[in-house]
Design a protein around this ligand. Structure first.
Ligand code: SF4
Ligand code: SF4
Length: 77
């Protein structure tokens, strides 16, 4: 299954359809209180609190922004 097998959607559109960019949120470690609310809110299990700071796993994150909406300190951009 090479690149030639990709279904043709239209000029310049096919490549985008297979690689929709995910906006992975950034955690500001200065603002993060390590409360873990974001990790609980993430439907994809993409956040872990490590050493008192939330860390987003970019490989799992779907960019839904649920974490940013629950963070009490506004640490997630
Ligand atoms: S944006 Fe969504 S998927 Fe990504 S870490 Fe936040 S809650 Fe999880
Ligand atoms: S919700 Fe905000 S303060 Fe709490 S762990 Fe997540 S990023 Fe840090």
């Amino acid at each position: 299954m090479g690149l030639g097998m990709r279904p043709s959607v239209g000029p310049g559109i096919g490549a985008r359809a297979t690689a929709i960019p995910v906006a992975v949120p950034a955690v500001d470690p200065e603002k993060c209180a390590g409360c873990g609310e974001c990790a609980k809110a993430c439907p994809f299990g993409a956040i872990e609190v490590k050493g008192g700071v939330a860390v987003v796993n970019a490989a799992l994150c779907q960019g839904c922004r649920a974490c940013a909406s629950v963070c009490p300190t506004g640490a997630i951009d």
